[in-house]
Write a protein of this length. Structure first.
Length: 340
């Protein structure tokens, strides 16, 4: 078992007293000169005084150091970076203090991330609850109407169609919310590979073509060459489909949507340009927020998830998205995907 500092000092003092006593006894037994005896006693007393002074000084210094360490740890517990020892001195104590401060900052950053994650989850749950409230309320209302035995056949048919439409909308909403939550929580692992981006874009165009055709909107695709980019085919296609779906929704019948791919040195640029209603300058910074709906878009189907998913998917692959728009002249969304 390791001895404490106090026990070591006591043991040393006992050994010193025994040796000193034995030496004085030896001088007395050998009838040493009284002057020698006096000098020896004074020397022993001086050594004892020096030993005691050194011990007290060491004890005082250790107490001071421990108090400062305690103060440093206390400031660390209070999430403060209070420096007790000089950072300019290359001492063990300053090094320990530096490591404690580093640990404190790491824990503060980790705690901040936990708080942000917690707030994000609360916000997500609140938003999802809000988005589900309306379709569920409508379903419940029309169900209660349908079970009315006095309801006419025409009304029953009309309400049944409304319920079917609400169920389709609810299914679409649930799928979008699941995608969003999976992306936010990091559950999805993107399979990023070097793939032709034009094939991914063309697949997305094929998916949106029936909806564009219903509104007699012309989809025009332009690409000078096959461009290989690093991207996840499925999720990048999802992002482009969302962009195209948005363009179709906000473009009037008989309009046009141009999809263009250009190659830059480090990025491939995918433009989706429509001649729809356009976006106000004040709203451009808000349209990528989760569940954001413009005042001009309240009458159009949607819940404000599409553009949020686009930016999230593109950003997770090292890309980014830009938008330019003018009211009455349409909008242009540009996705930049890394080539290498």
């Amino acid at each position: 078992m390791k001895m404490t500092f106090s026990k070591i000092m006591i043991a040393a003092l006992v050994i010193f007293v025994l040796i000193s006593g034995s030496f004085i006894s030896f001088l007395v037994v050998t009838n040493a000169n009284s002057l020698i005896l006096l000098i020896s006693i004074l020397f022993i007393v001086l050594i004892a005084a020096l030993f005691l002074g050194y011990t007290l000084a060491i004890r005082k210094q250790m107490t001071m150091v421990l108090n400062k360490l305690s103060e440093t740890i206390q400031s660390f517990m209070n999430m403060q970076d209070h420096q007790v020892f000089s950072m300019l001195e290359d001492t063990m104590l300053s090094k320990i203090q530096t490591q404690i401060i580093k640990l404190s900052r790491m824990l503060q950053a980790q705690n901040q991330r936990h708080l942000e994650d917690s707030e994000s989850v609360k916000s997500l749950i609140s938003d999802i609850s809000h988005q589900l409230k309306t379709p569920l309320t409508n379903l419940n209302m029309y169900y209660n109407m349908l079970i009315d035995s006095n309801l006419s056949a025409d009304k029953r048919s009309e309400f049944t169609q409304i319920v079917q439409n609400e169920l389709i909308h609810l299914n679409w909403l649930m799928e979008s919310l699941i995608k969003m939550s999976r992306l936010e929580s990091g559950i999805i692992k993107l399979n990023i590979e070097n793939q032709p981006i034009d094939k991914t874009v063309l697949t997305a165009i094929k998916q949106i073509f029936p909806k564009a055709n219903d509104k007699q909107i012309e989809l025009r695709f332009h690409s000078d060459q096959a461009i290989i980019t690093e991207h996840d085919v499925r999720w990048t296609g999802e992002a482009i489909v969302n962009l195209l779906d948005n363009a179709v929704k906000y473009t009037q019948a008989h309009g046009t949507i141009d999809i263009t791919i250009q190659k830059y040195e480090m990025f491939a640029r995918i433009d989706v340009k429509d001649n729809g209603a356009g976006i106000t300058e004040q709203e451009i910074n808000s349209i990528f927020q989760r569940f954001y709906r413009s005042e001009n878009a309240k009458q159009t189907e949607g819940v404000g998830i599409g553009l949020y998913l686009v930016r999230k998917i593109v950003a997770q692959q090292g890309g980014y998205i830009k938008v330019s728009s003018m009211i009455g002249q349409g909008s242009s969304f540009s996705i930049f995907m890394p080539i290498n």
